[in-house]
Design a protein around this ligand. Structure first.
Ligand SMILES: C[S@@+](CC[C@H](N)C(=O)[O-])C[C@H]1O[C@@H](n2cnc3c(N)ncnc32)[C@H](O)[C@@H]1O
Length: 207
C-alpha cells in the first residue's frame, strides 16, 4: 500500500468512527501497562506509542506521572480525538503525525510500544524501514513491546490485510539486535464482544 493511501485510509476511519466503534478499542490497556511496568519504566523513562491512534494508553501514562510520552500515528484525526479527551493534559505529551516507515526519530526512547500497527506492514520493504527506525529510536538496553494478531488471530483488520505473528516469527522479522525477553497471549474482546487473538512480545535492544 502506498504511504498516501495508507494515511487516507486511517484518516477516513478516525473521521467516520467514534473511539469505541472500532474493533481495537480498549477501555483499559491493562496488559500494555503491565509490560511497561515490568520492563522497569519509571516516570522519567521516554516512551513512544507507535500507531497509538486514539488509544487510552497515553491517558494512563499521564495519570501515572510519566513525563516523556510521545504518541505517533498516521492519522491526525486519531491524535485529535486523544488530545480532546485529555484536555489541558494533552500539553504534557508530544504528538507526531507521521508514517512509522518514513519518520526519522529525533531521539532514542527507553520504551517503544506498538499495539496493532506493525502487523499492517505486509511488504518487506516497509518492515525493513520500520525495523531501521526501531534500531535508531530505541536506546540500547531499551525495550520494544510489540502486539500483533497471533497466528490464530484475524487475517484482516479495518478492511486491510495483516501479517500474523508468534514470538519467534516476530523476533526473526526484527532481527538479531532484538532479544525476546517475554511474551503473552491475549484475547482481545472487541466492543461487539467477539474475540481476537493477540500476541504481545517484549524485546530488549541488544548492543
Ligand atoms: C488497529 S489501530 C491500533 C491503535 C492503537 N495502537 C490502539 O491500540 O488502540 C492501528 C493504528 O496504527 C496506525 N498506523 C497504521 N499504519 C501506520 C504507519 N505506517 N505509521 C504510523 N501509524 C500507523 C493507524 O492510524 C491506527 O491508529
Amino acid at each position: 500500500m502506498q504511504n498516501e493511501s495508507r494515511q487516507a485510509h486511517w484518516e477516513n476511519i478516525y473521521t467516520q468512527k467514534g473511539e469505541s466503534e472500532v474493533s481495537w478499542y480498549q477501555e483499559s490497556p491493562a496488559l500494555s501497562l503491565e509490560l511497561i511496568e515490568q520492563v522497569g519504566a519509571t516516570s522519567i523513562s521516554a516512551i513512544i506509542d507507535i500507531g497509538g491512534g486514539a488509544s487510552r494508553l497515553v491517558d494512563n501514562l499521564v495519570d501515572r506521572s510519566f513525563e516523556d510520552v510521545t504518541v505517533l500515528d498516521l492519522s491526525d484525526a486519531a491524535l485529535r480525538a486523544a488530545k480532546d479527551r485529555l484536555g489541558s493534559r494533552a500539553a504534557q505529551v508530544q504528538w507526531v503525525v507521521a508514517d512509522a516507515t518514513v519518520w526519522e526519530p529525533m531521539k532514542a526512547y527507553d520504551v517503544w510500544h506498538d499495539r496493532a500497527a506493525f502487523h499492517f506492514l505486509t511488504e518487506d520493504r516497509d518492515r525493513v524501514a520500520y525495523v531501521m527506525r526501531l534500531k535508531q529510536g530505541l536506546k540500547v538496553g531499551g525495550h520494544a513491546i510489540i502486539a500483533t494478531f497471533a497466528l490464530d488471530g484475524p487475517e484482516r483488520c479495518s478492511g486491510l490485510p495483516v501479517v500474523r505473528y508468534d514470538p519467534v516469527s516476530l523476533g526473526k522479522t526484527l532481527g538479531m539486535a532484538f532479544q525476546l525477553v517475554d511474551t503473552r497471549r491475549h484475547a482481545h474482546a472487541t466492543p461487539w464482544a467477539s474475540k481476537q487473538s493477540f500476541q504481545f512480545s517484549v524485546f530488549r535492544h541488544c548492543p
